[in-house]
Design a protein around this ligand. Structure first.
Ligand code: ZN
Length: 465
């Protein structure tokens, strides 16, 4: 008997973990960290309901921490097998997992310093050392759309997902599964990208499968149809006329590279003036280098247009050290600063925000989702003052927003992707969404296709008949 069970990425967009069991063998697809609400984060501290020592393999869809960030813990708990992923995911994990560990350690240290813990001393969920140990288990798979054995009787294959460098849909082929013993195929969409991502190859159409898990992050919304370059040009030109700073909080991996690419396109087309652009994030520097190494991930049209893609503007400065970062405070005139964290929950962007927020000539430009409870969300919602590093700052600058950079498809794009399935699945499972988004997408899929669908709950186990 083969089963599928859901241990994260259901009822929420974080903590993705899907367990497939067949013939006494177990494969985990994604190994994500729960993030956001406290109730979810506490799940990270509970042991998994299955012994990790008995897992045969782990397969990853992509490198975002909500899909990989639990790996160091699983390895620290005794997992000894391989972790299979694409080359892009393997390379990004080398940047993201140690960084996640440092955040865990800093948080534990903060709780100890401020006596904010019931457990004395507070431990980190995992350490930087655990993260490096986890990286040693990674096997990077260079070929696509060709299956490879991950456990006895279970094969996997990867298909481009267009969501992040190295992101893939994962197909598991389970020999002998099902009532007829003919085997069953499960397709995991992972996180999908736009139909036409800015830099990356388009998501591949879904392959024929018996069971399909599809993400539903934006299952209840349509993206702003204004192309992001157009919206960006309008805002940059307006800000440039005021001859003042434009601060863009941005996640260092993915979004920052898209921004640099778009700004360069606008400069080359003379749609915006050439301004100094400061990328103030050591992680963004590493990630940009990686993007330029893995050009096989790029959309073909880009490679044909230019032999070498420019992921920098005409006047880009990468600031690696804290001293360089502080130097930025002395700069004057129209300039762009791109800095993490993208939701202003920490990082160097907070130092810049202290100067930008009270300045009526300055611009704060959001290019990503701002989750509830973050400083970014409070500013977007029009709070007149916000707390930055324990001090209140008035919000007097111009607040702008470009929506078109989203890395998830809206519901029309998901429906268009599903339409390409060669045949209806036996059951489609909706995952990776807040409940309202998932339910809304479920209705749309049933109306359009009339397929058998199910919204799984946390810990649910389903027999793959
Ligand atoms: Zn993702």
């Amino acid at each position: 008997m083969a089963t599928l069970s859901f241990w994260g990425g259901v009822g929420t967009v974080t903590g993705s973990k899907y367990l497939v069991e067949s013939g006494g063998h177990r494969v985990l697809v994604d190994c994500g960290l729960f993030q956001g609400l406290k109730e979810l984060r506490e799940r990270n501290w509970r042991p998994l309901p299955f012994p990790v020592k008995n897992l045969d393999a782990i397969v990853l869809t992509h490198a975002h921490i909500d899909h990989t960030g639990y790996l160091p813990r699983v390895v620290a708990d005794g997992y000894q097998g391989h972790v299979y992923c694409s080359r892009g995911t393997a390379e990004l994990a080398k940047i993201l997992l140690p960084d996640s560990a440092r955040l865990q350690e800093e948080e534990a240290e903060y709780r100890n310093r401020h006596a904010l813990t019931r457990h004395i001393p507070a431990r980190a969920l995992y350490t930087e050392n655990d993260a490096y140990n986890a990286l040693n288990h990674i096997i990077s798979v260079h070929h696509e759309e060709r299956s490879f054995q991950v456990a006895p009787g279970i094969k996997a294959s990867f298909y481009p997902a267009g969501h992040l460098l190295g992101s893939r849909c994962v197909l598991l082929d389970i020999e002998g599964a099902g009532e007829d013993g003919k085997g069953r195929r499960i397709l995991f969409s992972g996180d999908l990208g736009h139909t036409n991502p800015l830099i990356l190859r388009d998501p591949a159409p879904p392959v024929a499968c018996d069971y399909l898990l599809v993400e539903s992050t934006y299952g209840d919304r349509l993206h702003d149809p204004t192309p992001p370059d157009e919206a960006l040009a309008t805002i940059i030109n307006r800000a440039a006329r005021r001859n003042s700073v434009i601060l863009i909080p941005s996640f260092a991996v993915g979004r920052t590279q898209e921004l640099l690419y778009t700004l360069r396109q606008l400069e080359d087309a003379k749609r915006i003036p050439t301004l100094p652009v400061y990328v103030d994030s050591p992680m963004a520097i590493k990630a940009t280098e990686l993007y330029l190494q893995l050009t096989n991930e790029f959309d073909e049209s880009l490679l044909n247009r230019a032999k070498r893609l420019s992921l920098r503007t005409r006047d880009t400065h990468f600031t690696a050290s804290r001293a360089d970062s502080r130097q930025l405070n002395n700069a004057r005139g129209a300039r762009i600063i791109i800095s993490a964290a993208g939701m202003m929950t920490g990082g160097r962007v907070l130092h810049h925000a202290q100067r930008v927020l009270p300045d009526p000539a300055a611009t704060l430009l959001f290019v990503g989702y701002q989750a509830a409870g973050t400083t970014g969300r409070r500013i977007l919602e029009g709070e007149p003052e916000v707390k930055i590093m324990k001090q209140m700052f008035p919000v007097r600058c111009h607040i702008e927003r470009v929506e078109g950079f989203s890395s998830h498809p809206d519901y029309n794009e998901i429906l268009a992707w599903l339409e390409e399935l060669p045949a209806p699945p036996r059951t489609l499972y909706l995952t990776h969404g807040e409940p309202s988004a998932t339910q809304s997408l479920n209705q749309k899929i049933q109306q359009k296709f009339g397929w058998s669908t199910h919204i799984p709950s946390y810990g649910e186990t389903i027999e793959l008949k």
